[in-house]
Design a protein around this ligand. Sequence first.
Ligand SMILES: Nc1nc2c(ncn2[C@@H]2O[C@H](COP(=O)(O)OP(=O)(O)OP(=O)(O)O)[C@@H](O)[C@H]2O)c(=O)[nH]1
Ligand SMILES: [Mg+2]
Length: 462
Amino acid sequence: MKFHDTIAAIATAQGEAGIGIVRVSGALARTIAAEVFRSPRGVSPTQLPTHTLTYGRVVDATASDEIIDEVLLGVMHAPRTYTGEDIVEFNCHGGAIPLTAVLDVVVKNGARIAEPGEFTKRAFLNGRLDLAQAEAVAELIAAKTDLSRKIAVEALAGKLSDTVNGLNDRLAALLAEIEASIDFPEEDLDFMKVETQLEAARAVQTDLTALLETAAEGRLITEGANVAILGKPNVGKSSLLNALLETTRAIVTDIPGTTRDTIEEMMNIGGIPLKLIDTAGIRHTDDIVEQQGVQRSKAVQDRAELLLMMFDASQPLNDADLELLKTAQSSKAILILNKMDLPVVTSPTALLAHCPKKQVVETVIPQGKGLDKLKATVSEELLGGELVIGESPIVTNARHQEALRRANEGLNYAIESLENAMPPDLIAVDLRISLDGLGDIVGKTTTEDILDRIFSQFCVGK
Ligand SMILES: Nc1nc2c(ncn2[C@@H]2O[C@H](COP(=O)(O)OP(=O)(O)OP(=O)(O)O)[C@@H](O)[C@H]2O)c(=O)[nH]1
Ligand SMILES: [Mg+2]
C-alpha cells in the first residue's frame, strides 16, 4: 500500500538521555533528510546505501544552515524496513529541546507528525507484520515482567499468528469441502464424508479450546492483578507490604491505626505484575480521617483479584477478624497468621474453623519467616501454580480472547449442525463465523475503526 505522506515523530522516551531518535517514514524520507542533513564528506542522504549510519549535522536551510544538532543518520531503503517504506532515523542528543528542534525542521521540510502507533500501522498495512504481531510490539514495550516480555517476543515472531493461521487453514479446507457439497447436493448423503468432516471439526475445536484456555493466565501475566492486604489494626499489614517490596515504603509503628490511606505499589511475584495495596486497619473508630481510611479499605476489597487477610496469632479473633473470615469464603483469599513468634492464642485451625478450604500461611514478618511460602501461595492462587511457557502460544489480550470465543462459538454450532445432518449451507454459515473470528486476530477481517482503536493505544513514534 502507498501512503502519500511522510510521517515523523520522536521515537524515544521523554527526558534526558544519551541519545534520542527522530524517526521519519515515507516516500519523502530520504529527500527530507537531504534537505536537513549535512555530512562533512558532502554525501547526500539520497545517495547513502541502505542500512547505514552516517555522521553529520542537522541544519535549518531556511536559516542559513544554522546547526540544530550533531547526529548519526540511519538510512533504510524500502521495502526491507519496519514500515516497508523508506525510513531515516536521526540519532540526536537525547534531550527534549534538540529532539523537538530536529522534528520541527523535518516537518518544515515536508513531513507530517505521526499519530500514535502510525509507524506500526503502516507496517501492518504494508504486510510487514500481521495484526497480532503488531499488537505484540505494544505488549513488548509495555511488558512489566520478564515473563510477559518472553510471551510478547514470541508473539512478535509469529507464534500466536502461526497457530491461528493453522486453525484457519484447517477450517477453510473444511469449509471448501462443505461448500462443494452445496453445489453437488447428491453427495451430502455420503455418511463417511460427514464423519471425517466431524472429526476434522472436532480436532480444530480441541486446539481452539486449548488456546482459549490460556487466555485467563495470559491476561493475568500482561495486565497483572490487584492484591489487597486486609486486617484489623496493628496485625502487621504495612510490615508485610514493606517486606514484600524490600523497602520501608509504609510507616510501621506499634500504634493501631497507623496507616490511614491506601498505599499502592507494583511488584512482581512469579512473573505476574501485582499491584500490592496496603490498607488502613479495619475497625470502628470516631476519628474522621481513620473512618475514611476504613471505607477505602472496604472499597479496595471489591477491586482486588486476590485478598491477603492478616490475623494476629497473639490475639483472640475479634469482630473485625470474623467479618473478614466471612468475606474470605466467597472470594479469592489467602489467610495469613502473623506474629507466630509470640505466644499463640489463635491457631491456624481456629482460622480454618471459620473458613475451611483456604490456605493459611504462618508468618513472622520482621524475621522474614513465611514470606517465600506466601509468594508461592500467591502465584498458586492466581495462576494455579507456576506458568511455564511451552510449545503452544499464550493469549494475552482481551481482543484475541473475544475473537477466539466467537470462533469457538461458530465452530460449536457447525459441529452441532454436522451431527444433526443439517443442510451444508447452514454449516457453512457457522464455519464462516468461526473463520471471521480467527481472521480478526491476525487482522485479515478487521475493520478500519477497530484498527484505529488498536493503533491509537500505541505510543507516539512506534
Ligand atoms: N512480634 C511481632 N511483631 C510484629 C510482626 N509483624 C509486625 N509486627 C509489629 O506489629 C506492629 C504493627 O505493624 P504494622 O505493620 O504497622 O501493622 P498494620 O497492620 O499496618 O497496622 P495499621 O496500619 O495500624 O492498621 C509493629 O510494631 C510491627 O513491628 C510479627 O510477626 N511479630
Ligand atoms: Mg499499616
